[in-house]
Design a protein around this ligand. Structure first.
Ligand code: SAH
Length: 355
């Protein structure tokens, strides 16, 4: 049973079933069960005929991840440690706010980019996630939500680089957006990239999601140090690509993430340079004071610096938010996702969560 129903968007499944001589329209019904109702056992899909239920049950699987542990932050953030069939582990982080519940999902096991301030980068790269493993992060994590609450937003900001796993990410997004599946509005889905320039138009030509770009620096010299892949796609090429994107407008700006690191990229001059760099790109900037982790000596700036940096951007006419870090007490904040064996904190929190 190496075929998984969740590797296919409803449209792709329709074709796949038709190729087997089965009625293609069943694909929408199957999606309704899998994603709408959370039913994974084909025998329970009562509006399918018996023959089809039998075929699905014997030839297809419908799960790709199991929950290995849960950690709950004092601020309500829940980090899930999820295990794939081959034993690989990844993390997904659920962030409840008043009006919405955002799930931050992973696209790779580890990450090949090795950004110097990011814990995931220190893991190295194992493999890409399959489509089923990307969408199953929603299926597993929603099971731990209280009755009546649902995931309203999805951000591809977990472990890995989405644009280095583009076909599987696009197929997963089709499942997030399809009305019979998760039925999320496109503006509630955000893909964050380190800036693999040629893949950005490819993504947006296929799915109408929000784009976030992890910028973090205003000169190639600093960015090369923080984000080594900048050597392949330097700032001029990245920003040039963004300027030419037809979908980007004041209504659909690029969201730039900028991690503030003490003494590296947090000077007023950096802020002024950032204003100049973004001049021709409809932009919003999200400032994230760096979250510390065990593998790096880099630190966030002292109190007050982030506010000054922000004020400089606002003066330059850029809509800017200063991100409040969530889940840092359970290593679930940006750049802290890294599986380091079985940590006692995670096991304990997982036990409490299950009780
Ligand atoms: N590879 C993609 C998706 C990961 S998103 C990307 O780079 O965009 C994770 C976000 O958290 C990125 O913006 C990343 O730069 C940021 N980040 C990584 N380490 C961090 C840290 N230690 N503190 C704050 N933000 C961090």
């Amino acid at each position: 049973m190496d075929e998984n129903l969740k590797d296919y968007s409803p449209i792709a499944l329709r074709k796949r079933l038709a190729g087997e001589g089965l009625p293609g329209y069943r694909a929408d019904q199957i999606a309704g069960w899998l994603y709408g109702r959370g039913v994974e056992d084909p025998h329970a899909m009562t509006d399918l005929d018996r023959e089809l239920r039998e075929y699905l049950a014997t030839r297809w699987s419908a799960r790709a991840l199991e929950i290995e542990g849960l950690a709950r932050s004092s601020d309500g953030t829940v980090k899930g440690l999820l295990r794939a069939d081959d034993g690989a582990s990844i993390e997904a982080v659920m962030i409840p706010e008043e009006e919405r519940i955002t799930l931050c999902i992973s696209t790779q096991v580890g990450c090949p980019l090795a950004c110097s301030f990011c814990a995931t980068g220190f893991l190295g790269f194992t493999r890409n996630l399959r489509t089923a493993e990307i969408v199953d992060q929603l299926c597993r994590m929603r099971e731990v939500l209280p009755e009546g609450r649902r995931i309203t937003n999805v951000v591809f900001m977990g472990m890995g680089e989405p644009l280095l796993n583009l076909p599987n990410v696009v197929e997963a997004i089709r499942i997030l957006l399809h009305p019979k599946a998760f039925a999320l509005a496109p503006r509630r889905v955000t893909v964050s990239t380190v800036g693999i320039a040629p893949k950005i138009p490819e993504l947006l030509e296929q799915v109408p999601v929000n784009l976030a770009v992890s910028l973090h620096a205003t000169t190639d010299e600093v960015r090369n140090r923080l984000v080594p892949v900048n050597r392949r796609f330097p700032l001029a090429e990245l920003l040039g690509t963004l300027r030419r994107l037809p979908r980007i407008s004041q209504r659909h700006p690029v969201f730039f993430e900028y991690t503030l690191i003490e003494g590296v990229n947090d000077a007023p001059e950096d802020a002024r340079r950032l204003v100049r760099l973004l001049r021709e790109i409809p932009s919003k900037v999200n400032l994230i004071p760096m979250n510390t982790h065990a593998d790096s000596d880099l630190r966030p700036p002292p109190p007050g610096v982030a506010g000054k940096f922000m004020a400089e951007l606002v003066r330059g006419g850029i809509t800017t938010t200063l991100r409040r870090s969530r889940g840092s007490d359970i290593d679930a904040a940006c750049g802290q996702l890294a599986i380091r064996g079985r940590r006692p904190a995670l096991d304990q929190a997982g036990d409490t969560a299950r009780r």
